[in-house]
Design a protein around this ligand. Structure first.
Ligand SMILES: NC(=O)c1ccc[n+]([C@@H]2O[C@H](COP(=O)([O-])OP(=O)(O)OC[C@H]3O[C@@H](n4cnc5c(N)ncnc54)[C@H](OP(=O)(O)O)[C@@H]3O)[C@@H](O)[C@H]2O)c1
Length: 334
């Protein structure tokens, strides 16, 4: 194992961890209650060794663990792993959640220095570079669902698969309240992964075209708007609890403003677009002192820099608007 590329090694660990998280029912209330009653000996505790592929509960005999999970400590990895592998695990293990989280929701936007995610006519190919795009495919692979807004499907006709990495593609979820997405869109007929269209509950689903290529679901709406919490509830009722909100700006902003994101990742590329489609749109702070300053890690991805903000409830509660975060790690991710 030691002769392997550290990132290949870390990705293999993450794929194993993803399967373990699903098997041990992470991000599900029954796992949460079981781990609370059983403490570290609950079924959500385990150790994993990549070389032998062995998994055991914490009470087991494995001492050379690469990964450990316990409800109290969350994920931990071996310090014997190379630094580049540990950097990757720092970035991606939080995406898998822990036994004490009922869901994980990651938002990501790739923007120019002047905070544009596309030109005015919707051209977004490409804002960020190859390494950030590989990162997006990794996030897709670790999550149960990738969510985008109707405007992104109309502008990009995306595939939303994991072509750049090994690992399964997630369910592709399109927020399309008024059923305006074209029937010619690739995600509706390419068969590469399941596709779900979320419509406002005011739309008569029976009157819309039906196909084996996708599924239509109704979500409670008000004035054509779907509450992000209602969207997440519908996805959770259907077994999807690790959610990657990939864009565009309107969609990620609505999840952010509803405080439905566990993490927000903003990758900034060294280019200036000028007038264009806006990145994150949030209400203005009344003063600089009241500007949000969540904890973050900073990752270098080729020429781009990505801020990975921690937004879980306990972090929101603990963040003082007056004090800058002390998270200033700069890590390189190839
Ligand atoms: N650089 C990047 O990271 C990135 C990522 C993705 C996309 N893009 C680019 O971004 C552009 C599109 O972004 P955008 O911000 O204009 O739009 P968007 O977020 O892709 O889609 C917004 C639309 O999705 C629907 N929607 C999303 N959330 C909703 C909610 N909570 N309730 C009801 N409807 C909801 C609405 O559809 P209706 O209008 O039908 O009501 C809304 O107008 C494209 O040019 C694409 O290429 C860039």
């Amino acid at each position: 194992m030691s002769s392997e590329n550290p990132q290949t090694q870390a990705w293999a660990l993450l794929q194993a961890a993803r399967i373990l998280a699903d098997q041990h029912a992470f991000a599900r209330n029954d796992c949460l209650s079981e781990s609370t009653t059983n403490g570290d000996n609950g079924s959500c505790s385990f150790v994993f060794n990549l070389q032998s592929g062995a998994v055991d509960t914490l009470a087991g005999q494995i001492h050379d663990a690469d990964l450990i999970h316990s409800p109290l400590e969350g994920w931990q990895y071996s310090n014997a792993l190379p630094q580049a592998a540990r950097d990757m695990l720092d970035l991606y293990l939080p995406v898998l959640g822990t036994a004490t989280q009922t869901r994980v929701v990651i938002g990501h936007l790739g923007q120019s220095i002047d905070a544009r995610i596309a030109t005015l006519d919707g051209d977004a190919f490409f804002v960020t570079g190859e390494e950030n795009r590989r990162h997006l495919h990794r996030l897709r692979s670790l999550c149960h669902a990738v969510v985008v807004g109707a405007a992104t499907v109309s502008a990009d006709d995306p595939q939303l698969t994991t072509r750049a990495v090994s690992g399964a593609s997630p369910v592709r979820v399109i927020i399309d309240p008024q059923a305006r997405v074209s029937q010619d869109s690739r995600v509706l007929h390419d068969g590469e992964a399941p596709t779900w269209l979320l419509h406002a509950d005011t739309v008569a689903l029976d009157s819309l075209p039906q196909s084996d290529g996708y599924r239509r679901l109704a979500v409670r709406s008000m004035d054509g708007r779907l509450q992000p919490q209602d969207i997440l509830d519908v996805l959770a009722q259907n077994g999807l609890r690790r959610i990657f909100v990939e864009g565009g700006g309107v969609t990620v902003s609505r999840f952010f403003n509803a405080r439905c994101l566990t993490r927000l990742q903003i990758a900034t590329a060294p280019l200036l677009v000028g007038e264009g489609i806006a990145s994150l749109q949030i209400p203005g702070a009344a003063s600089m002192k009241l500007a949000l300053r969540p904890d973050f890690r900073l990752y270098r991805m080729g020429q781009d820099v990505m801020w990975d903000f921690e937004l879980s409830d306990e972090h929101w509660d603990s963040v003082s608007p007056q004090e800058p975060s002390n998270s200033t790690e700069l890590q390189r991710l190839l």
